[in-house]
Structures are given as structure tokens and as C-alpha cells.
Ligand binder design. Structure first.
Ligand code: FES
Ligand code: FE2
Length: 364
């Protein structure tokens, strides 16, 4: 589906952020991920569990059911499932058929995120999750505020497009942090690997944007380095760093302040997206100040991105699903990013076909 080829939605054999750790407890929740309902809860020992959120009997949501010890009991007719997905009880009959089970998804709790693997469980490899050092969540000078969540009614690729092209800051975000010198009207440099893409913008000797002047207490000219790295398929990490100007690229003057952002993009359905957001900064170690910045972003900045992508989602649907578009120089990351997604999904399709071939051969 747009902007990917027909039949392409999202990679499955990858880790996605399913939830903030703090969201999951002894009360199950339902969250849609990759177009499937998932029930998330914790066992009595605190370990998190992710099960197929649809009861195999009559499709009642298990995420809206209740826990009995470590098991989940469907709120409709009481079928009860263990954390591994096997059924332990059908109240109305003594025997439990083999088909009566739900899928249990691999889940990894790292930092404050729960990462889920919705694809082939044999391929789930924890080392594919970016390390905390790599993400500057450990061993860095950032004080981080976490826990931002929003369900956006737009397909995930529109959120990726949005983050691949930060030239929208001066316009879409004019009411919030894009005004007063906030615009990033320049062509970015883009680099990529097999499963990452990095987009960097450099502006030398420009006025400090108003929003960042308020955060840093510095007004005057700066050298501004800003960008985002996407760890495919769903985590954009980066930020904006402001230095006393040298006027020479990569000869950085004294650091005035740096703001870090984390955008977790997990497809919910084909037309909606779970958006996880956190932010960090070097200017203060006061958690209340960092929390205030995160609250501001969740109240004023992320809703602007949600507004744009939701409007575009509607426009796409009303115009037949595949709108025409022109591509600008600033869209380089967008084009390269789409290709990386396409390649990843094509490889999964090829793996699935060869696995099917091997199974039917073994059955002959
Ligand atoms: S729908 Fe779950 S037990 Fe009937
Ligand atoms: Fe934005």
C-alpha cells in the first residue's frame, strides 16, 4: 500500500516497541500491532506477557478480559490461557482440543520499552534491538523524560515520511517550536546501511530558534546540527545540538545545549499508528523541567504531526489509494527509506515462499 508497492505493509520479522513498561501491569491492555490485536499484561512475578488478543472461540478481546493468577481468562465464556498461549480450561466441557490456543509473542523489556516480535518466532534475535549506548540512553549526558504515547489515525509510513523530512518544522510546526528561526530550510545529508538511515541538517551562523533559546537561556548566533537516525523498522533517534558559531562545518565551538528525541513508530492497523515519544536534554538534570518539555511536545508538537498525517491519510483514501506526488531534494531520505522498507519486506516474502516450498516438499 502507498507509499510502498501494492501488497507491502510493514516488515514483520523485526522488533517493534509494543508499549512503555509503565503501561503494563496486572490489568491487561489491548494494543493493535501490525494489524493484529495483542493482549499485554504482567505475571505475578512482574514478567510481561504478549498474547494474541483475539479469543479463538468468538473473538472476544483478551486485552479486555481478566487475569487469574498468571493466566488470562476470556471475559465472555471463560476460556483460560497460559502465558505460553496454551489453553488450561474450557468451563463448559472437560476436553481441550489442540486448536484451542492463542499465539504468544516474544517480548523483551529493555530500558523503559517492551519490544515485541510479531513475525517468525524462530528468527527473534534480541541482539537486533539497538543497544542503550547506541541510543544514548546510557553513558550520555542527557536527562530523559519518557512515556509519551499517542494513537495516530494515519499509516505508519506517513509518520516515517514526516520524520525523514524535517523541512516541515518551519511550517507545520510554526505554531509551536518552528517559529522564530526554527525553520530547517536546507537540504539534508543522508547516509544509510541495511537497516538504518541517517539524515543530518547543518546550519552555520544562524539565529538561535526562539524555542531553544527559552530552553538554553542563550540568544544569539549558533551553529545548528540537527537530524534523525531511523533504526528500521520503527525507532527514530536524534536531535538538535547548538554550538557557539565557528562558521566551519564540523569544527564545533562550545556546546550551548542539545535536545534529544525518540520517536517510536509501530503500525497499529493498516491505517493507524502507535506513536511513542521521549525527549532528553543536556541543559538540566531536573526531571521536572525535562518532563515539562515532554508534556509540551505531547500537547503541542506531536499533535501537529498527527494533524498533518491524518489529513494526508484521509486525502489518500478519498483519492483512490495511490496519489501522484512530486519529489524534492529534501525527499532523499524519504525515497531511500521507502526502498529500505521495500527491500526488507521483499526479503520476508521470499523467505516465506521458500519456507512454504520446503514444508510442501517435506509433506510429499
Ligand atoms: S469468546 Fe472467549 S470464551 Fe467465548
Ligand atoms: Fe514534526
Amino acid at each position: 500500500m502507498y507509499p510502498l508497492p501494492e501488497g507491502y505493509f510493514a516488515p514483520r520479522d523485526r522488533w517493534y516497541i509494543a508499549a512503555w513498561s509503565s503501561e503494563i501491569g496486572r490489568e491487561p491492555i489491548e494494543r493493535w500491532i501490525l494489524d493484529e490485536p495483542v493482549a499485554l499484561y504482567r505475571k505475578e512475578n512482574g514478567e510481561a506477557v504478549a498474547l494474541d488478543g483475539r479469543c479463538p472461540h468468538r473473538s472476544f478481546p483478551l486485552g479486555k478480559s481478566r487475569l487469574v493468577g498468571d493466566n488470562i481468562q476470556c471475559g465472555y465464556h471463560g476460556l483460560t490461557f497460559r502465558p505460553d498461549g496454551s489453553c488450561t480450561q474450557i468451563p463448559s466441557q472437560p476436553n481441550i482440543p489442540n486448536v484451542c490456543r492463542v499465539r504468544s509473542f516474544p517480548l523483551v523489556e529493555q530500558w523503559k520499552w517492551l519490544w515485541i516480535w510479531m513475525g517468525d518466532p524462530d528468527l527473534a534475535d534480541e541482539s537486533m534491538i539497538p543497544s542503550l549506548e547506541e541510543l544514548a540512553l546510557e553513558g550520555s549526558s542527557y536527562t530523559i523524560a519518557s512515556g509519551g504515547y499517542s494513537l495516530v489515525n494515519a499509516r505508519a509510513m506517513l509518520l516515517h515520511d514526516n520524520l525523514f523530512d524535517l523541512t516541515h518544522i518551519g511550517y507545520l510546526h510554526a505554531p509551536s517550536f518552528g517559529s522564530g528561526g526554527g525553520a530547517l530550510d536546507t537540504v539534508p545529508r543522508v547516509t544509510q546501511g541495511d537497516d538504518w538511515i541517517d539524515t543530518q541538517y547543518v546550519q552555520l551562523g544562524v539565529p538561535m530558534p526562539d524555542f531553544h533559546a527559552r530552553l538554553t537561556g542563550y540568544e544569539g548566533l549558533v551553529d545548528r546540527y540537527q537530524g534523525l537516525k531511523l533504526y528500521l523498522p520503527g525507532l527514530h533517534v536524534g536531535g538538535s545540538a547548538f554550538y557557539r558559531p565557528t562558521g566551519i562545518e564540523n569544527q564545533k565551538g562550545e556546546l550551548i545545549g542539545s535536545v534529544q528525541v525518540y520517536h517510536g513508530i509501530t503500525p497499529a492497523t493498516r491505517h493507524s499508528t502507535n506513536y511513542f515519544f521521549a525527549t532528553g536534554q543536556t541543559m538540566t538534570k531536573d526531571p521536572a523541567v525535562c518532563q515539562a518539555t515532554l508534556d509540551y511536545a505531547m500537547r503541542s508538537i506531536i499533535p501537529e504531526d498527527a494533524f498533518a498525517t491524518q489529513e494526508i491519510e484521509e486525502m489518500i483514501e478519498r483519492s483512490g489509494g495511490r496519489p501522484s506526488e512530486i519529489l524534492l531534494k529534501a525527499d532523499r531520505a524519504c525515497v531511500m527509506g521507502r526502498r529500505l522498507f521495500e527491500k526488507m519486506i521483499a526479503a520476508e516474502h521470499a523467505r516465506a515462499i521458500s519456507k512454504e516450498g520446503a514444508i510442501s516438499k517435506a509433506a510429499e
